[in-house]
Design a protein around this ligand. Structure first.
Ligand SMILES: [Zn+2]
Length: 61
């Protein structure tokens, strides 16, 4: 049903991003700066994105 794409701006490199439908909490990589971004919220088809610090170690020991 939903074929709409969503758009947002990378908080790091300010590239305008258009992605297939994502859900809140989903992560994807910015194609420009390769940073991992997380969808914090979706407001009026605009993605509210935040940077995710990639953890190289698993802290849940
Ligand atoms: Zn970026």
């Amino acid at each position: 049903m939903s074929t709409a794409t969503l758009s947002g701006t990378c908080p790091e490199c300010e590239t305008e991003l258009t992605v297939p439908s994502v859900v809140q909490g989903e992560t994807f990589s910015c194609p420009e700066c390769m940073l991992t971004l997380r969808v914090e919220a979706i407001v009026a088809d605009r993605l509210q994105l935040s940077m995710v610090e990639v953890q190289l170690r698993d802290w849940g020991q």
